[in-house]
Ligand binder design. Structure first.
Ligand code: ATP
Ligand code: MG
Ligand code: MG
Ligand code: MG
Length: 563
């Protein structure tokens, strides 16, 4: 590409409202331009970088057998009402009506579309598993769009969705994505840290985020100074409380209850009747009864808490709604294994409380005679809990935690059956019984990644592109206005092009200083300076953007040496 013909509007002045290096440098180097708050055009130079990232992501997804498709950005409200997220998403979602006054949104994510897509097609266990992905524009009406591509309202995401027969299958798909993500970030030249993430209100169990450590990052992360524990602060707070509660729970009476599958069996093992069980295993929060929640095999799905309810039957999709009606849901009755059985639980606080209140993180054990204020003080309202801070003790090993800021570039998430259950995405297993498809979802912020790469790779003169993301590999600077220089520079440019090297030729009628400054700003890894003096000795000058190292090489054969 010849710079004289290239749409590359660089800025000499510092842009006024750009407060972090990547935003400033992307504007100054002519990579992006703002249309309105959080909405950007990717100019030719910026779009080359985006495409580099996309092709690395595609290669790594394809390597794992994922299949690329493209889903609609415009999504009908119907599917969002089925999953009960139409309300939940609130003002983050851009909504509009068509001429028939039907409601739509611009997709902030695509779990619902995927569930809709597969529910009529995948009927037999023989069809599964699949992993479907797309690279697409997402729209979220962020409350504080800022930092350019870092927190935009319209941004490019790669989102993948795994579809499995069961949770073992999901574990494998998740592991595949974990590996693919690690490779993607490594290949992009990014230094990332993986942290455990809170599963929040999305429904699901395991979740990890891939983070670029940077002062400008909007997420707080907790790292143990001794062991490998790493988590985002929400998750660390939950783990922290879990740890404290577990300690307290140790002093409580633990009763072994093997094989109990009904409330009556539990009653007899614990030598209590259900009215006592309610007292010992459930409690009041905000004057609302807090209810024991059961999940296990089908027999366990009905709990009788006689004092309060005739019968409570909880299906996964109902758990969340249920907790809204009855305050926090806490406690599990029955042989429940937190790790294996609780994927339905929509809210992590339930898991925390349950281990404190019932000891249910150990299969077939229950705690009795729990008194809430005495034994699990502070767990009443999860939202009142303070966040972990620097120096708190690690939930894993007890050493002290450090808190660092990070940028979330990727997020993987075991969804479980939340969407397949609520939207009826089921299949028939070998025995002909109907099962919900087990889902996972996996996002990479493609456009945010470009910004994060600059946060990690710049100096006071400009961007220092890691080679795999660099928009061009070589920039030729033709200095002075002699015909010979012009001709030689053009010739070298053509030779490099012929070798398949992505080359930018600064053939503008500008002073050397301007060309040097722009080259440093744009940050192409190799600069080749063609000037009359070195040409007279049959040489051109090469400068490495990253190290600043310079050397002269023979003009003859230069193109081969530079490939
Ligand atoms: P954040 O916590 O930063 O708001 P998120 O957790 O809401 O992100 P996800 O729903 O996990 O985002 O989306 C997957 C990926 O999309 C994120 O890991 C991030 O890299 C990217 N992303 C999310 N929101 C934005 C945004 N407003 N601008 C640019 N990229 C974004
Ligand atoms: Mg967000
Ligand atoms: Mg996040
Ligand atoms: Mg996320």
């Amino acid at each position: 590409m010849k710079l004289s013909e290239y749409y590359l509007p660089t800025l000499k002045e510092e842009p006024a409202d750009a407060h972090i290096p990547s935003h400033r440098l992307m504007l100054r180097s002519g990579m992006i331009r703002k249309l309105s708050a959080g909405v950007y055009s990717y100019l030719p130079l910026g779009y080359r970088v985006i495409k580099k990232i996309q092709s690395i992501v595609r290669e790594e997804m394809d390597r794992k057998g994922c299949q690329e498709l493209l889903m609609p950005a415009m999504q009908t409200s119907e599917i969002w009402k089925e999953s009960e997220r139409w309300e939940d998403f609130g003002p983050l979602m851009i909504r509009f009506e068509d001429r028939q006054e039907r409601e739509y949104c611009l997709g902030p994510t695509h779990e619902e579309v995927v569930a809709d897509l597969i529910r009529d097609e995948i009927k037999s266990y023989k069809k599964l598993p699949y992993n479907l992905y797309q690279i697409q524009t997402k729209v979220r009406d962020e409350i504080r769009p800022r930092f350019g591509l870092m927190r935009a309202r319209e941004f490019i995401m790669k989102d993948a969705y795994s579809l499995d027969l069961d949770f073992e299958g999901l574990d494998e798909s998740y592991q595949d994505m974990y590996e693919a993500y690690s490779r993607v970030f490594e290949r992009c030249g990014l230094d990332t840290r993986v942290v455990e993430a809170d599963t929040g209100a999305m429904g699901g169990k395991d979740s990890h985020e891939f983070m670029v450590l940077a002062d400008s990052g909007e997420d707080d992360l907790a790292f143990c100074t001794e062991c490998e524990y790493a988590a985002n602060v929400e998750r660390a707070t939950a783990d922290f409380e879990l740890e404290e509660s577990a300690e307290k729970a140790e002093s409580l009476e633990k009763v072994h209850t093997p094989g109990a599958t009904t409330i009556e069996e539990l009653e007899s093992m614990l030598e209590v009747d259900s009215s006592q069980m309610v007292k010992t295993m459930a409690y009041f929060a905000d004057e609302k009864p807090v209810v024991a929640l059961v999940r296990g095999d089908d027999q366990l799905n009905e709990v009788k808490l006689r004092n309060y309810f005739e019968a409570v039957t909880l299906r996964p999709a109902e758990a969340e709604e249920f907790s809204e009606h009855f305050g926090s849901v806490a406690g599990f009755i029955g042989p429940v294994d937190l790790k294996d059985d609780v994927e339905i639980v929509a809210d992590r606080r339930i898991q925390n409380m349950s281990s404190a209140v019932t000891g249910a993180n150990e299969r077939d054990y229950h705690l009795i005679n729990v008194e809430i204020d005495r034994d699990v003080e502070g767990l009443r309202e999860y939202t009142d809990l303070r966040e972990v801070k620097e120096g708190d003790s690690c939930p894993k090993c007890g050493a002290s935690l450090e808190i660092k800021a990070g940028i979330e570039v990727g997020h993987i998430f075991k969804l479980g059956t939340k969407y397949s259950e609520s939207m009826g995405a089921t299949y028939l297993d070998e025995n002909g019984s109907e099962k919900p498809i087990v889902m996972g979802s996996y996002g990479i912020g493609i456009s945010r990644l470009a910004a994060a790469a600059i946060e990690q790779n710049h100096d006071d003169k400009g961007i220092v592109w890691p080679k795999p993301l660099a928009p061009f590999q070589v920039e030729i600077l033709a200095l002075g206005n002699s015909d010979e220089v012009e001709e030689e520079a053009k010739k070298l440019y053509q030779e490099l092009q012929a070798e398949g090297v992505e080359t930018l030729l600064d053939d503008r009628d500008e002073r050397a200083g301007v060309k040097f400054n722009d080259a440093e700003l744009i940050g192409i890894p190799l600069q080749v300076i063609v000037g009359s003096r070195s040409l007279s000795e049959g040489k051109v000058e090469v400068e490495f953007r990253e190290s600043g190292e310079q050397c002269n090489i023979d003009r003859d054969g230069a193109a081969e040496r530079l490939t």
